[in-house]
Every structure is written in structure tokens, then in C-alpha cells.
Ligand binder design. Structure first.
Ligand SMILES: [Ca+2]
Length: 91
């Protein structure tokens, strides 16, 4: 679990390339390279843009760390719901 947390943080840090937030290009690359299986439509730049606007709570046009964590939380929640619906896939 510690490795998973390090991965989540490390992906943000390396994608942001020393900046505090992900811009549209770096967000799109992150989503396509790292979340292409868990998320739908990551190849569509318009749907990635919509996703980004949904996450951008402070409306600065970028995805900050807290906003990124909202996405991770959302994905974790979706995963736990889909697992709960499939009793054979416990743990
Ligand atoms: Ca933002």
C-alpha cells in the first residue's frame, strides 16, 4: 500500500515536471499512459479536457495536487463499487 501511495504521488510530481500543477498536455499524457485501462475515452482529447474542467475546482485551467487526488479518490470509489457488485472478486 505504501508503494501505491508513492506511485500516485510520484506520477503527479514527474508529470508536473517541477511545477505545482498539471497543464492540459501533462494531464492528458498522465491519463493516457497511466489510467487508460481504468478510465474510458482517454484517447479523446475533448473528453480529457472535459474531465480536466470537472476536476479544476479553482478554475485556473490546471490540475493541482488536491484536484488530482479528487480524481484518484473518484477512481478508487468506482473500483470499490464495481468490486462490491462482483462477490467472486473479493479482496
Ligand atoms: Ca486547478
Amino acid at each position: 500500500m505504501e508503494a501505491a501511495i508513492k506511485t500516485v504521488v510520484g506520477q503527479f510530481v514527474s508529470s508536473a515536471r517541477g511545477k505545482e500543477s498539471l497543464n492540459k498536455d501533462s494531464f492528458q499524457k498522465l491519463v493516457q499512459r497511466q489510467l487508460g485501462n481504468i478510465m474510458a475515452d482517454t484517447d479523446s482529447s475533448s473528453s480529457v479536457k472535459e474531465m480536466m474542467q470537472g476536476l479544476d475546482e479553482n478554475h485556473d485551467g490546471k490540475v493541482g495536487f488536491q484536484e488530482y487526488m479528487s480524481l484518484i479518490g473518484y477512481l478508487a470509489n468506482s473500483l470499490s463499487e464495481s468490486k462490491a457488485k462482483t462477490p467472486t472478486a473479493a479482496n
